[in-house]
Design a protein around this ligand. Structure first.
Ligand SMILES: Cc1cc2nc3c(=O)[nH]c(=O)nc-3n(C[C@H](O)[C@H](O)[C@H](O)COP(=O)(O)OP(=O)(O)OC[C@H]3O[C@@H](n4cnc5c(N)ncnc54)[C@H](O)[C@@H]3O)c2cc1C
Length: 334
């Protein structure tokens, strides 16, 4: 049943209180045909866990919350397993399911909030792994043609925190399921010092899949606020990319700045830039920059989406004024 004027406060981890003109929880792909063949909406938004969205106003259209469940094994041999998961499956539960079965490929993505269906949207990534490396295809329902369509990995146009679903085809589709290929032979990705150091402290040099996942969870819990107790939506901005010429002039001036090479250029740490601009731990009204991680903006309670957005714009402005570097939003501002 479609509800009207539904509060979205409990459907976004920033706990912003706005209304959706219409709201529907989808549990089965066939329900989408029923809705779109009978009603017309000028604006449709698919959501999962609401952990990467900041609503700055009421949504004057239909919000569809995805609760399409199910995990099916489509194929398996000695080396690989192909699994199709419903878009509404909780991402971390899916990771735990893979760990329990000893299937590798998403262990470094443990504890990322949200749903399987949102994972391809921004090509979720953490600690050296990105979901694009294990996705075979994405099934989606097109709001304009009322047809289901399958995107191959190539057609998803994945890049750093981006895909076709966050760019060219933003809000044109609801992803209904995702097909993954996971490996049965595990080679740990320890490229991130934070993970390697945490394992070293436990005297583990060759972690099992479970040990690696547990360590990722511990590191995340020590750095990031739990959105259930302190409302947030993770990293607010992406790490900015500079081509070689711009990077050379930047690093000449700021020799302490952390960076890593990326696609013929370099990525800077957005968290470092924000911290250097003096924002870490700063609070204005009910909005603040988290004291343990400057890339995270938190709602201490009761902040509106506009207040959160204005706070984030102040951060962007001061980073630009100090470093001449533009921060791009990782979160979806609506
Ligand atoms: C504490 C914290 C830590 C985080 N850490 C990370 C991290 O390490 N790495 C990382 O990449 N992200 C991270 N995130 C961001 C977030 O968890 C991911 O982007 C996640 O994939 C969002 O899932 P969701 O279901 O909550 O999506 P939502 O917030 O509901 O939606 C996000 C976007 O995807 C679209 N969308 C959602 N579901 C669908 C669907 N079924 N079909 C089509 N479009 C859809 C929405 O329209 C929106 O544009 C973090 C967030 C928090 C709160």
């Amino acid at each position: 049943m479609i509800s009207e004027n539904k509060s979205l406060k409990n459907f976004n981890t920033m706990k912003v209180d706005v209304n959706a003109k219409n709201f529907f929880i989808v549990k089965d792909v066939n329900q989408l045909d029923d809705i779109f063949k009978h009603y017309t909406f000028n604006n449709v938004l698919a959501i999962g866990g609401g952990s990467n969205i900041v609503f700055t106003k009421d949504f004057e259209g239909l919000v569809i919350k995805n609760e399409i469940m199910g995990i099916d094994i489509l194929f398996e041999d000695n080396d690989f397993v192909i699994i199709k998961a419903g878009a509404g499956v909780n991402w971390h539960e899916f990771v735990l399911f893979s760990i329990k079965n000893n299937w590798a490929g998403i262990e470094n993505l443990s504890l990322i909030p949200g749903t399987v269906g949102a994972a391809p949207v921004q090509n979720i990534g953490a600690y050296g792994q990105e979901v694009q490396d294990v996705i075979i295809s994405v099934d989606a329902y097109d709001f304009s043609t009322f047809q289901s369509i399958t995107f191959s990995n190539f057609e998803c146009q994945f890049s750093y925190r981006k895909s076709i679903f966050k760019q060219k085809k933003k809000n044109n589709f609801i992803i209904t399921s995702v097909t993954f290929e996971l490996k049965k032979h595990f080679k740990p990705n320890l490229s991130y010092p934070a993970i390697k150091n945490a394992l070293n402290k436990k005297n583990i040099t060759h972690p099992t899949l479970k040990q690696l996942s547990d360590t990722v969870i511990e590191v995340r819990q020590s750095k990031l606020p739990d959105y259930l107790t302190l409302s947030n939506c993770g990293s607010f901005f992406t790490n900015p990319y500079l081509d070689k010429a711009k990077f050379d002039s930047f690093i000449n001036k700021y020799q302490d700045a952390p960076y890593f090479s990326f696609h013929n250029g370099y990525k800077l740490s957005a968290g470092w830039l924000i911290e250097q601009a003096g924002w870490r731990g700063k609070r204005i009204g009910n909005v603040g920059c988290y004291d343990k991680h400057a890339l995270v903006i938190v709602n201490y309670g009761g902040a509106t989406g506009k207040e959160i957005f204005n706070f984030s714009e102040m951060i962007r402005k001061s980073v630009y004024e100090k470093f001449g570097v533009t921060l791009e939003y990782e979160v979806n501002i609506l």
